[in-house]
Design a protein around this ligand. Sequence first.
Ligand code: HEC
Length: 196
Amino acid sequence: MKWILTLIISLTALPHGAFSADKPLEIDAKSFGCMLDMTPVRGFYVDNLIPGELDKTVAAANAEKTVYPAGSVVQLVPDEVMVKRQSGFNSATKDWEFFELNVNQEGSQINKRGFVDVVNRFGGNCFGCHIKAKPEFDMVCENSHGCDPIAIPRPIITLLQKTDARCGGRYTPQPQEIEMLKQFKAAIAAQMAKDK
Ligand code: HEC
């Protein structure tokens, strides 16, 4: 009898279907939420869509030479996301899928998603920049991995993170921060109008 019990216990301890790392990831707008609920690493944020796998993503983010595990979500600003798909999903992008979101108090909407061809609202191809990261960083750029820099100053990046519309207003920006954001958004709008 004892072996039957052991068998039942070990079977129920196996990863449950929906939570298995082998099952294809289903990613929709609901996969993305308040950035501040993710785990901060050196100024960007990580998560993992597969329950129980976050530790592996954090370890990957802190490793000197890294390959992020499947399910990893990486974000610097609220509306641009990279998600690591299962191994072999897309060899060109090293299995990263790129997303551009629209976010507001209600949540996220997926504006664009895909692999080598996703272009952000500033006309920049995600893959085109991120592929320039040295191979040991698995396409994660940060500010020292070899990618062309982005035009958003660090204080603005931090402010965009803290004021993510999906976070229920948990950070109240100072008047000068509101002004900074306003000026940044106006500069972006002017740049985009010029590019048209
Ligand atoms: C002009 C080049 C460029 C383009 C275009 C670009 N990125 Fe990045 N991205 C960067 C750089 C550089 C960083 C790191 C900035 C820093 O930490 O100061 C970064 C940071 C990120 C991060 C945080 C992790 C990391 O790599 O440091 C994510 C996630 C990300 N970008 C996603 C995207 C997505 C999705 C798109 C397209 C919708 C995109 N990026 C377009 C250059 C670019």
